[in-house]
Design a protein around this ligand. Structure first.
Ligand SMILES: Cc1cc2nc3c(=O)[nH]c(=O)nc-3n(C[C@H](O)[C@H](O)[C@H](O)COP(=O)(O)OP(=O)(O)OC[C@H]3O[C@@H](n4cnc5c(N)ncnc54)[C@H](O)[C@@H]3O)c2cc1C
Length: 345
């Protein structure tokens, strides 16, 4: 349940870097009814990405991420709001507790919905929804990828500049940004991964799934799995994509041995590119794919691993990778060529 667009008292505070909206930023603005304060570098460019969502925008341009100083300077701007909502992405999670502390309010973290009296949180992997009620103003963070955003072209606004207040006294200790490193696909939050290689029951074994997780890194991708795979213990639960797992938003999704059940695809977002590998040409996952490869998934994983030099015990996973079926060889040719040509996808 989101608050009414016309309801005052709720504002989204969205940290911005390099003119880009962070993951979950648009959802936080939508959940706040379209009222938002963007803070960081490139706020004007980020604001242009909120057309159809925002109805009232304030832009606070800041050159460097400094959550301590930002929180101190934002207090006066958000003190009168009943609810201050931030996306539960890394920058939002850094800023939210500092703001809550300085505003002397409770922090309700990782909500999936808010209203003026509290939040709804997903528990037990999404199987149980819990409502948390508070009788005072609060700060909340919104879990990215759950709510989604519907744009209404008639919604627009002219952003207004806003300056951070200079609080008196000693400045709070703050983080110092030394270098911004690209996220490691092996450990990053699946919800934020731009490329995902997913494995399903069609891989046939835990060893093939393990091999797929290493192959994913060669593609610069994170790995995900279906519920069948996580239930069988071939992959940890946090890798499960779907209605009772993680909701993802990759640009590229490669599905190996996945049937495409609605509980899985509902958590897939809207990938720009989707490649499916399956022995059943007519399963739903193949219907969703831009490129549908009809072949044996574990054999193709083994062949791709061999060609891309992925280190691991490939023999024990799927039999001898030196003797794969011919259709796997053709598919491997196509995928390796696509990988080399379009490494920026
Ligand atoms: C309440 C509820 C919540 C659920 N939540 C989720 C969820 O969050 N996420 C989720 O993923 N599922 C979820 N499920 C389960 C979901 O309904 C499906 O059962 C599951 O997604 C199927 O996983 P799968 O595609 O790996 O397996 P299957 O459906 O068994 O598909 C296996 C596929 O592999 C193919 N295959 C077989 N052998 C090969 C081979 N050698 N090479 C290539 N392909 C091969 C088959 O043709 C088939 O398409 C949920 C179900 C319920 C009831």
């Amino acid at each position: 349940m989101s608050v009414d667009a016309a309801t005052p008292g709720v504002i989204a505070v969205v940290p911005v870097r390099g003119g880009e909206l962070p993951i979950g930023g648009d959802e936080a603005v939508a959940e706040a009814g379209g009222r938002a304060l963007l803070i960081g570098d490139g706020t004007e460019a980020a604001a242009s990405l909120l057309h159809g969502v925002a109805v009232e925008l304030r832009l606070c341009e800041q050159p460097t991420f400094a959550p301590g100083a930002w929180a101190a300077g934002l207090v006066a701007h958000v003190r009168d709001e009943q609810v201050v909502l931030l996306p539960a992405n890394p920058d939002g999670r850094d800023l939210a507790p500092r703001l809550a502390f300085l505003l002397d309010r409770p922090l309700l973290a990782a909500a999936v919905a808010i209203d003026l009296e509290g939040t709804t949180m997903a528990q037990q992997g999404g199987r149980v929804m819990e409502t948390v009620r508070v009788d005072e103003p609060f700060v909340a963070t919104l879990q990215p990828g759950v709510r989604g955003v519907e744009r209404d072209p008639s919604r627009s606004c002219i952003p207004a500049p806003c300056a951070l207040d200079e609080p008196g006294g000693d400045p709070a200790p703050d983080v110092q940004v030394l270098e911004v490193l690209p996220a490691d696909p092996a450990t990053m939050d699946l919800a934020e991964a731009g490329r995902i290689v997913g494995g399903g029951a069609g891989l046939g074994s835990a060893a093939a799934m393990e091999q797929l997780s290493r192959l994913a890194l060669a593609f610069g991708a994170s790995y995900g799995a279906t519920r069948v795979v996580t239930d069988w213990g071939w992959a940890p639960f946090e890798r499960q994509i779907g209605t009772t797992g993680v909701t993802v938003h990759p640009q590229l999704y490669l599905a190996f041995g996945i049937s495409g059940a609605v509980q899985h695809t509902a958590g897939l977002g809207d990938p720009e590119h989707c490649i499916a590998v399956n022995t059943d040409a007519s399963c739903p996952m193949m219907g969703l794919a831009d490129l549908a490869v009809v072949t044996d998934a574990p054999a193709l994983v083994a062949e791709l691993s061999r060609r891309l030099g992925v280190v691991g015990d490939t023999d024990s996973a799927v039999g001898s990778p030196l003797d794969p079926p011919p259709d796997s060889l053709n598919a491997a040719d196509a995928l390796v060529a696509a990988h080399q040509e379009h490494d920026d996808v």
